[in-house]
Design a protein. Sequence first.
Length: 533
Amino acid sequence: MSLLQVENLSVQFHIENHTVEAVRGVSFHIEKGETVALVGESGSGKSVSALSILQLLPYPRASHPHGSILFDGQEMLGASEDDLRKIRGARISMIFQEPMTSLNPLHTIEKQIAEVVMLHQRVSREEARARALDLLHKVHLPDPETRLKSYPHQLSGGQRQRVMIAMALANEPDLLIADEPTTALDVTIQAEILKLLQDLQAEFQMAVLLITHDLTIVRHVSDRVYVMTEGLVVEEGDTETLFSDPQHAYTEKLLNAEPKGQAPALDEGAAPVVTVDNLKVWFPILRGFLRKTVGHVKAVDGISLNVREGYTLGVVGESGSGKTTLGMAILRLIGSNGPIHFNGQAIHDLKSNEVRPLRREMQIVFQDPFGSLSPRLSVFHIIEEGLLVHQMGETYHERRQMVADMMAEVDLDPAMMDRFPHEFSGGQRQRIAIARAMILQPKFVVLDEPTSALDMTVQSQIIDLLRRLQRDYKLAYLFISHDLRVVRALANELIVMKDGVVVEQGMTQNVFENPQTDYTKALIAAAFDVAVK
């Protein structure tokens, strides 16, 4: 008998006066000690299927018209709360996609891990603390004794993910459900987390259900794969066979979704748009009652760069390397030292009111469109806002036509302009954010991780869109990313940042084909090889 047997599972959500069928007759099984991947794009039903195993859906709004979920011979659908409590966190554990929202911000790491242990084991608080410390050692969290007293916001993304893994493994479960465990993490951290999961799986002899949209990860860690789309499993098989000989068109689409192509050839006569010389952004470290400066965090430490018309400069590096700080400083959104020239004009010494007229020509697209789009404004008002600020478009009807034209430009239906951000998918929200920046006809755009956490197919679409807009309007891009696959498809030149400084710089193709530093080599290996075996 399989450890987990899901048969003909259906999930419906009852929303106001209509019903949405999120999962339709899905079947899959997992053997003891096996790693099975459930893959598909956002909205395919993979996370809903996984949450059904632990009965974590919002009942009664969600229901199962039919189906069966057998865990070690025990039926999970319709099981009592007492039976479910004995299984959740003890025999089946789950790592959620976003650790920052899964960890309690009010409690220390020690308390959160110890709570999981004490709920399922008859141990004292001291024993639970010792178990928590042992788990943090197992997941290789740096300085675990100190980290026990830390709160989630004091840890990096990779460290929070390690804490989530420690909590999930606290009671040595038989099955671990990992829901997008590496989304939006740096490529090197992704590789570390996947290697860690593999090592711990071997140590505890547990089965793993991996939910992801990243097929690069699946290829290296999974024994078998189920491919889902629109609530259906459309293909299944062992990993090697599925990758070498996909049978379904949707599987082929996923396999071919990696961003492709290269940046357009550079016009050597293109005028410089942004020039930066020896730029520094140092944040003071204040200590004591009088808050004296005892040192500085050198977020950006002496960086020089040049971005020309129709040109993309890629900035890569791990979290904390100073990439976003560099972009914000160039846009004069944070203070800095060092000359910054925009279209030949020195802007580093300009006052806020003097910079404001230039804002129309210098725009930014943020990493998380859902966080950067106001939930209270319609798409029309979000995109129109810049027109009002910069007095573009004399009448309401003229501005409405400008918004409609811009939405069509980024492949959005103008008929949807009166809807709100929550009514759109992640890829559509990113197109809205791009439209908001592009409607002002900028010359220079900072793209801060614009494709992170998007499905691979959507990433490719966004890259194609940015490439087209750049060609049509001769835009200069500063493209910030930790995903080297995306950067290679868009950037003419690359700078690699670590700890606030540039450790390598050159034409993109040259850097990828002949990296000069160990750090760049590690980033490239993690992005294209996912060295976890």
